[in-house]
Design a protein around this ligand. Structure first.
Ligand SMILES: C[S@@+](CC[C@H](N)C(=O)[O-])C[C@H]1O[C@@H](n2cnc3c(N)ncnc32)[C@H](O)[C@@H]1O
Length: 529
C-alpha cells in the first residue's frame, strides 16, 4: 500500500506538521458509500493525501462519470501518488484548501488535518475571510479540522451528502459549539459513527475520532448513532445508514452541552447517586501558571547559583509533570529534586532593581523571551501571575490512573498540573477529597468527564474537574479525619494499599448500588469525552 510506503519513508515530524494520518480503506469505503448516494456528479475531498477516498469512490462505481476534485497542500505527498492513474475525472489541486474558492459540490468527503489552529501560520489571513464567507465569528477555533468542516458545509449543494472524520473532542470542546449549532439548526447531521476498538480500526490515529454523515436536505429527522466494534463488522456493513444502534432527536442534543455524556447515556445506563454534588462546591480547579517561556522561568539549583538569584526573587515551583511520581508530595521530595538540580524553582521577580535580577532579565531579552506570544502581552513581561501553593494537584494529561497529588509543600506549579484551591467548605475536607480522588470509584466517576487524545491518553480541562461529581458534605463527615490522614501516610510508602483503604472508606459512605458506570462498550465514547 502506498500509505505504508509513505509512512515508512517520511519522517513523523513532516507528517505531523501537515496532519497526515490516513483513513483505513474500510472506513473510507463506508464514507464513500454515503457520499455516493444520489449519484453525485461532483465530489470534493479537501484534504486529498494519498487519495484513499478517490480509490473507494472508484471501486464502488468504476464507470460513473464523476468529477472528483482533491485539494492537497503538501506537494511532497503528491509525488507518492500512483502516476499511472489516467482519469480525466480526477483533478488534484496543490493548494491550501482554506484559501481557495472551490465553488459548490454534490458530495464532500474528508479526513481533515487535526492539528491545533494556532500552529497554522496563515490563520490570521484566513480566518477573517472564512468568517466573512459564512457570516459567523469563529471564536476560539482551536482545531483546524473544525475550520475545514465549517467551510465544507458551506460548499455542499442542496441535497448533497457529506462524510467527515472529526476528532471526538469537538463534541465537548468550546470551539465545537458553533459547528454543532450549525449542524443541528440546518438539520444537516444525520448520523454519528463511533469506533469502540479504535486502535484496531485506526492504528495510525493519534486522537480519538468519529465520522459525521450529513445531508443538506433540511429534513428534521432523528440522528442515528452507530458504534462499530471491529474491522470485521465494518466489512459486513454495506450501507452505514442502515446500521445503527440508537437514535436521538436534535432537541435532545443541545449544541451548548457536551455531547459525549449524552451519547454515552444512550449506550449505558450510567447513573450517579442523586445526593452527589459537584466538585466546585468545595473549591476550584485552576490551570497552572503559563509562563510563555518555561526555559527562562524554570530554575535549577545551578542556574540560581550561577546567576546569584536571591530568595526574594524566586519561588518553589513544580515545572514538569515527571517531578512528582507519588501521590503525596512532601518538602523532603522537593529537596531531593532541588539537590539533584531539577528545575523546581521559578523566577518570581519582586525586586527588579537588584543587579543580578536585572542581568538575568537582560539575558532573557537577549534571547528574545520577552517577544514570545504570552510574554509580550503581559504588562511586565517577566512577572508571572501571583499564586498560592495548591494542596491538591491534578495531572493535565493522564494515561491509565489519574494523577492526583496531595501537595504538602509550598511549591506552586506550572501548567503540567491543575491546582485545586479549596473554598471555606473545602478547606476542612482537603484530605477527604484527596481520598475520594485516589479511590477507584472516584477515578472512574471523574473519568466520565475527560477528553481523550487516543491511545488512552486522557486530558482534563479545569472546567471538566469542577463539573465532576463527588460525595456531599454529610457523606464526607462520615469519614474520620484520622482515617483520611492514614491513607495519606500510607500513600507515601505504599500507594496500592492506600488506594485499597480509600476504596473501603468511600464505599462505606456511598451506596455503590446506585452507581452505574459505563463498562467497556463503547470505548470510543468512554475515552472520547
Ligand atoms: C488526515 S490527512 C488525510 C489524507 C487522506 N485524505 C486520507 O484520508 O487518508 C489530511 C491531509 O490534508 C493535507 N492538508 C493539511 N492541511 C491542508 C490544507 N490547508 N489544505 C489542503 N490540504 C491540507 C495533509 O497534507 C494531509 O495529506
Amino acid at each position: 500500500m502506498r500509505e505504508s510506503k509513505y509512512i515508512e519513508e517520511i519522517p513523523l515530524n513532516h507528517r505531523k506538521d501537515y496532519g497526515q494520518f490516513f483513513t483505513p480503506p474500510l472506513v473510507a469505503r463506508l464514507m464513500a458509500t454515503w457520499v455516493m448516494k444520489d449519484d453525485p456528479k461532483t465530489i470534493l475531498d479537501p484534504a486529498f493525501g494519498l487519495g484513499v477516498f478517490y480509490d473507494e469512490v472508484k471501486n464502488l462505481n468504476p464507470n460513473n462519470q464523476i468529477m472528483f476534485t482533491g485539494y492537497e497542500i503538501d506537494p511532497h505527498i503528491l509525488d507518492y501518488l500512483d502516476h499511472n492513474i489516467i482519469d480525466p475525472g480526477l483533478r488534484i489541486i496543490n493548494s491550501d484548501y482554506l484559501e481557495v474558492e472551490t465553488g459548490r459540490f454534490d458530495s464532500i468527503i474528508c479526513n481533515p488535518p487535526y492539528m491545533r489552529f494556532q500552529k497554522f501560520l496563515k490563520r490570521h489571513d484566513i480566518l477573517p475571510r472564512i468568517e466573512e464567507k459564512i457570516g459567523k465569528k469563529l471564536v476560539g477555533y482551536s482545531n483546524i479540522s473544525s475550520v475545514f468542516l465549517v467551510k465544507s458545509l458551506k460548499e455542499l449543494k442542496t441535497g448533497g451528502n457529506l462524510a467527515y472524520i472529526m476528532p471526538f473532542e469537538f463534541f465537548n470542546a468550546g470551539y465545537g459549539k458553533e459547528i454543532k449549532k450549525c449542524l443541528l439548526e440546518n438539520h444537516l447531521l444525520k448520523q454519528i459513527i463511533i469506533f469502540s476498538n479504535e486502535k484496531e480500526i485506526f492504528p495510525d490515529a493519534t486522537t480519538t475520532v468519529c465520522v459525521l454523515l450529513c445531508k443538506n436536505d433540511g429534513k428534521d429527522e432523528a440522528i442515528k448513532i452507530t458504534a462499530i466494534k471491529e474491522n470485521e463488522e465494518i466489512d459486513k456493513i454495506s450501507d452505514a445508514s442502515n446500521f445503527y444502534q440508537k437514535e436521538i432527536f436534535s432537541s435532545d442534543l443541545p449544541y451548548n452541552k457536551k455531547w459525549t455524556p449524552i451519547i454515552l447515556s444512550l449506550f449505558s445506563e450510567e447513573k450517579f447517586p442523586n445526593d452527589f454534588c459537584k466538585f466546585s462546591l468545595y473549591g476550584t480547579f485552576t490551570r497552572g501558571i503559563a509562563t510563555g517561556a518555561n526555559d527562562f522561568f524554570a530554575l535549577t539549583k545551578s542556574k540560581i547559583e550561577k546567576w546569584k538569584l536571591d530568595e526574594n526573587n524566586i519561588c518553589k515551583c513544580i515545572t514538569k509533570s515527571y517531578q512528582i511520581r507519588k501521590a503525596v508530595f512532601t518538602e523532603y521530595d522537593f529537596d531531593k529534586l532541588y539537590s539533584t538540580d531539577k528545575p523546581v524553582y521559578c523566577l518570581d521577580v519582586k525586586d527588579h532593581k537588584k543587579q543580578e535580577i536585572q542581568q538575568y532579565i537582560n539575558e532573557g531579552e537577549k534571547r528574545g523571551y520577552h517577544e514570545r506570544y504570552l510574554t509580550k502581552t503581559r504588562n511586565t513581561w517577566y512577572k508571572i501571575e501571583s499564586r498560592k501553593p495548591a494542596p491538591i494537584l491534578f495531572g493535565v494529561f493522564n494515561r491509565g490512573r489519574l494523577k492526583v497529588i496531595r501537595n504538602f509543600t509550598t511549591a506552586i506549579n506550572f501548567t503540567c498540573f491543575h491546582s485545586f484551591y479549596p473554598n471555606i467548605f473545602g478547606q476542612q475536607l482537603v484530605n477527604k477529597l484527596f481520598v475520594y480522588l485516589l479511590s477507584d470509584i472516584g477515578q472512574r466517576i471523574i473519568k466520565t468527564n475527560k477528553r481523550s487524545y487516543g491511545d488512552e491518553l486522557d486530558k482534563f480541562e479545569p472546567g471538566d474537574l469542577n463539573e465532576s461529581l463527588c460525595p456531599n458534605q454529610k457523606q464526607f463527615e462520615e469519614i474520620d479525619n484520622e482515617d483520611a490522614e492514614k491513607v495519606i501516610e500510607l500513600a507515601k510508602i505504599d500507594e496500592e494499599k492506600a488506594i485499597k483503604i480509600s476504596n473501603d472508606l468511600i464505599n462505606e459512605i456511598i451506596d455503590t448500588s446506585e452507581i452505574v458506570l459505563p463498562d467497556r462498550y463503547p470505548i470510543a465514547i468512554l475515552s472520547g469525552s
